[in-house]
Design a protein around this ligand. Structure first.
Ligand code: 5GP
Ligand code: MN
Length: 342
């Protein structure tokens, strides 16, 4: 069991009493762990008698909107004043699943002006020191797992019900690619066991998340695999790039390209994968690696990004073609290192 830092434990024990006002926030383009950990913590804090609100910088993918409480999440890009109001009246703000305020988009300047106590709960490496208290553990599978450990640290596991369990399970399942990575610690499975004991229907949750795509998204996946995936065998690297007109052709919706970056790993010998998506004013990049090649350092050094050792992201303000060329050149410089990987 990971113990909560003493100062954080003391703070939470003292303040988690009604009518304490808490706002939960997470990163731009929130994924299953961002939303799952936020909703799990939300339902827990409500049970503790707190007044709780939740906000994300921009919308979240449709495959998460079935989750209990998802309709209560405020979206800053659509409800700026309301989000600002909730943050300004909060006594405490939980920052979930990100390690630097730059990941908050438009919420960042508001957070920086707040007097509220800021608590970071996160599993990314090298967190910025922007919070008053941090519960930041890199080794865990997900922020959702940490939320469970936070509840456990407070001695409140009896409050974890089916709804909370379902939310936390979504976070753990999605951040481990259905237990295919970031999930080598027995503790992760022990916690999943605890969640199963609360009566969650694991197969139903899997289906709601992964069997819930549009036909267009499946066709887009077929298109990228057949026509857009580029393999660089000499660098054990693959990448996919998608221009705006291609996305438009497949009626692209938020979240549709989620997971695409992992497909090239099904080709034997691939150790690095990248996905380039052309947005209105920049290129969003997802990076993945296997083993000891730290793709987060690569993302940070060359593409204004960061993340975990094997899963990171970044941005480019050059044209799509130039960005891809830059990537090809740079990855070539790491070829020896990548080729030494088992
Ligand atoms: P994804 O490729 O799924 O969007 O992101 C993978 C990981 O990289 C996530 O853990 C996410 O937090 C991190 N990440 C993605 N984009 C960025 C970015 O622009 N900056 C930083 N610092 N991290 C990112
Ligand atoms: Mn996460």
């Amino acid at each position: 069991m990971i113990t909560l830092p003493k100062s954080l434990y003391g703070k939470l024990k003292k303040v988690l009493t009604p009518p304490f006002k808490i706002t939960l926030i997470t990163h731009v383009n929130p994924d299953g762990d961002a939303i799952g950990s936020m909703l799990g913590l939300y339902w827990f804090l409500l049970k503790k008698g707190c007044q709780v609100s939740m906000a994300v910088p921009n919308g979240f993918p449709q495959f998460l909107d079935w989750m209990e409480g998802a309709d209560r999440i405020l979206v800053f890009s659509k409800q700026q004043e309301k989000v600002k109001e909730e943050l300004e009246k909060a006594d405490m703000v939980f920052c979930l699943d990100f390690n630097e305020p730059g990941r908050l988009g438009g919420i960042r300047p508001i957070l920086e002006e707040l007097d509220a106590t800021k608590i970071l709960v996160d599993h990314h490496p090298d967190p910025d020191c922007f919070a008053d208290h941090s519960f930041s553990v890199q080794e865990v599978s997900s922020t959702a797992e940490l939320v469970y450990q936070l509840i456990e640290g407070l001695g409140d596991t009896e409050l974890v019900d089916t709804v909370i369990s379902e939310c936390l399970f979504v976070g753990i399942m999605t951040d481990t690619g259905c237990f295919s990575f970031n999930s080598s610690l027995p503790r992760t499975f022990e916690i999943v066991g605890e969640l199963l004991l609360r009566g969650i229907d694991k197969d139903r949750i899997y289906s709601l998340v992964y069997d819930n795509y549009s036909e267009d998204r499946m066709r887009l996946l077929g298109y990228i695999l057949q026509q857009k995936m580029v393999i660089l065998p000499e660098h054990r690297t693959a990448y996919i790039s998608l221009a705006r007109d291609e996305l438009k052709k497949f009626k692209h919706e938020k979240g549709d390209t989620e997971g695409f970056v992992n497909y090239p790993f099904s080709v034997s010998n691939i150790r690095v994968s990248a996905l380039f998506i052309e947005k209105e004013d920049h290129i969003k990049i997802s990076f993945r690696s296997k083993g000891d090649f730290p793709i987060n350092t690569f993302a940070q050094q060359f593409f204004n990004g960061g993340g975990h050792k094997n899963a990171a992201g970044g941005e480019s303000y050059e044209e799509l073609g130039d960005t891809v060329m830059k990537f090809e050149n740079l990855i070539g410089q790491y070829s020896d290192e990548i080729n030494r990987l088992p």
